[in-house]
Design a protein around this ligand. Structure first.
Ligand SMILES: Cc1cc2nc3c(=O)[nH]c(=O)nc-3n(C[C@H](O)[C@H](O)[C@H](O)COP(=O)(O)OP(=O)(O)OC[C@H]3O[C@@H](n4cnc5c(N)ncnc54)[C@H](O)[C@@H]3O)c2cc1C
Length: 183
C-alpha cells in the first residue's frame, strides 16, 4: 500500500470508528476488524471490549502464538527461553467476547473495509484497523536479503530469528578460557 493510500485509509477508518456508535438501536452489532494481533491489535481490542462492549471485534493474525519482542534480549543471553515470550492470542480471546481468526492477510481493501486472506476468505467490518507491525524492504541494504537472514540473523521479529541469533552467539554463561594454550 502506498503512503498516500495508507493515510487516506486511516482517515477513513477513523471517521468510521466515530460513526459506529451513532447507529440506530436494533441494528446489528457494529463490527471492527483488526488486522494483526500483536501489541497494537491486542491493546485496541482490549479497550474496545472495555469501553464499547457492544462492538463485535475480530482479530486476524497468522500467528497464534504471538512471540513478543520485549524480553527477546534475555533469550539471547540465556536468561529466558523462547517459550517464555509466547502468548496464545487465540486462547486469550476465548470467553472474552473477542473473535480470533488465524490466517495470512494477503490484501486490504480500504473502500470495503475488508481484508482478504491467502485462502481466499474475506473478512469485512464497519471499521478496519491495520496493525501488522514491521516488515522488511529486502534489497535496501546491499548484500542483505531473505537468504542472508539465516546466516546473519537480525532478530527484529521474535521467534525463529531470535533462536537463530541465540545459537550464533557465544554462551555468555561460559567462563572465558583464562589460560589459552598457544602452540
Ligand atoms: C528486539 C526487540 C526488542 C524490543 N523490546 C521492547 C521492549 O523491551 N519494550 C517495548 O516497549 N518494546 C520493545 N520492542 C518494540 C515492540 O516489540 C514493538 O513496539 C511492538 O511489537 C509493536 O507492536 P505491533 O502490534 O505494532 O506489532 P507486532 O507486535 O509485531 O504485531 C504485528 C502482528 O501482525 C501480524 N501480521 C503481520 N503481517 C501479517 C499478515 N500479512 N497476515 C497475518 N498477520 C500478520 C504478526 O504476526 C504480528 O502478530 C522491541 C522490539 C524488538 C525488535
Amino acid at each position: 500500500m502506498t503512503e498516500l493510500a495508507r493515510r487516506s485509509f486511516l482517515a477513513g477508518a477513523a471517521a468510521l470508528a466515530v460513526a459506529v456508535p451513532g447507529r440506530s438501536s436494533g441494528a446489528a452489532a457494529p463490527r471492527v476488524v483488526i488486522a494483526g494481533a500483536g501489541f497494537t491489535g491486542a491493546t485496541c481490542a482490549e479497550y474496545l471490549r472495555k469501553y464499547a462492549p457492544g462492538i463485535a471485534v475480530t482479530r486476524v493474525d497468522r500467528n497464534p502464538p504471538h512471540v513478543a519482542c520485549p524480553g527477546s534480549n534475555e533469550v539471547l543471553v540465556g536468561l529466558k527461553r523462547i517459550q517464555d515470550l509466547r502468548r496464545d492470542v487465540s486462547a486469550m480471546a476465548r470467553g472474552r467476547g473477542l473473535t480470533f481468526l488465524r490466517g495470512e492477510i494477503a490484501a486490504i481493501d480500504p473502500a470495503r473495509r475488508s481484508i482478504r486472506l491467502s485462502n481466499g476468505q474475506t473478512v469485512a467490518g464497519d471499521a478496519l484497523m491495520v496493525a501488522p507491525g514491521i516488515g522488511f524492504r529486502w534489497g535496501a541494504v546491499q548484500g542483505y536479503n531473505q537468504t542472508t537472514e539465516s546466516t546473519l540473523p537480525h532478530a527484529w521479529i521474535a521467534g525463529p530469528q531470535t533462536e537463530a541469533l541465540r545459537s550464533s552467539t557465544p554462551d555468555p554463561t561460559r567462563q572465558p578460557d583464562r589460560h589459552p594454550h598457544h602452540s
